[in-house]
Design a binder for this molecule. Structure first.
Ligand code: HSE
Length: 308
């Protein structure tokens, strides 16, 4: 019997500056995934169409087969079609989206036998970190904490009207490379610096005290080391703040730089791009917003149109 499932899954930004590996937020940029039984193959359109594997190591495929394995069913003959809008290896959660989309699509295909906490554990295990997969799955801004029995998540309210201005460099940064460069130990001083700012960040968002974001997005744990991979980072941060951004940080492991704002989006984007150009870094500006929504089933929306 022919069966079809369509899901869409959001881009995500992790760390938000100080909350390294502990916080992530879903963004209003979506990948669409269609799973169809009775056909075979993997088709990729949009971002990564010329680089994503269409073999057994494809992440969506691996996630779908992981679900079927988990519930003890054989994977049916399956065609996977992806319409990707999330740029790859830019710190915007493209692999989390593939994993979460594949797990949730697979779970719907075999009649939704996995609950949210099972999906989160599986996604975090496949992806390696939960800070992108939690917001991709649940939407909004999520704090993640690992316990012996799994992951605990908590949603941070995001104020109305908050916008994200992204500078997305043409150059990719592989998360593995951006982690390898990190120190294995940090000083008590740096730890205290980040704990205070991460706490401030949660309160700034939850209580709509956005004037705190400049301080609350500062970081001493990962961005200083990552600056070696991306020397223009600091000057692009400065350009965003000078143009009126409320706070600015490296999105996940990079290479995207994300400025938070409520207003002046075009000016901030222009100034970030201008500074990047002066530093010889090519890239594009994209203005988006946080989304409270995570992965969801859709009725062909965004999938039917782009196949024509
Ligand atoms: N928090 C991770 C990092 C990226 O900064 O390396 C997202 O999992």
């Amino acid at each position: 019997m022919y069966k079809r499932v369509d899901v869409r899954v959001p881009a995500t930004t992790a760390n938000l500056g100080p909350a390294f590996d502990c916080m992530g937020m879903a963004l209003d940029i979506w990948n669409y995934i269609r799973l169809e039984t009775g056909h075979e193959g993997i088709l990729i359109y949009g971002e990564g169409s010329d680089s994503i594997s269409v073999g057994q190591d494809n992440l969506v495929w691996q996630a779908v087969s992981r679900v079927f394995g988990q519930v003890g069913q054989e994977v049916p003959r399956l065609r996977i079609t992806c319409r990707n809008n999330i740029p790859l290896a830019r710190g915007l959660g493209s692999s989390a989206a593939a994993v979460v989309g594949g797990l949730v699509g697979g779970s719907l295909l075999c009649e939704g036998l996995l609950d949210q906490s099972q999906l989160l554990s599986l996604a975090a295990e496949m992806e390696g970190h939960a800070d992108n997969v939690a917001p991709a799955l649940l939407g909004g801004c999520q704090i993640v904490a690992q316990t012996q029995s799994g992951w605990t998540t908590s949603r941070v309210p995001v104020p109305e009207g908050l916008r994200a201005v992204l500078f997305i460099p043409d150059e990719q940064i592989a998360t593995a490379q951006a982690r390898a460069i990190l120190p294995s130990k940090v000083s008590m001083e740096d730890a205290v610096h980040n704990v205070g700012r991460a706490a401030l960040l949660v309160n700034a968002l939850a209580s709509d005290h956005l004037e705190l974001l400049k301080l609350a997005t500062e970081d001493h744990l990962h961005q200083p080391a990552r600056q070696h991979l991306f020397p223009a980072m600091k000057s692009i941060f400065k350009a965003a703040l000078n143009a009126g951004a409320l706070g600015v940080f490296l999105s996940g492991a990079g290479s995207t730089i994300l400025a938070l704002t409520r207003g002046r989006e075009m000016t901030i984007g222009y100034e970030m791009a201008d500074m990047a150009e002066k530093a010889g870094v090519k890239g594009t500006i994209r203005i988006t917003r946080p989304t409270p929504l995570g992965v969801q089933a859709v009725d062909g929306e965004g999938v039917d149109t782009w196949q024509q």
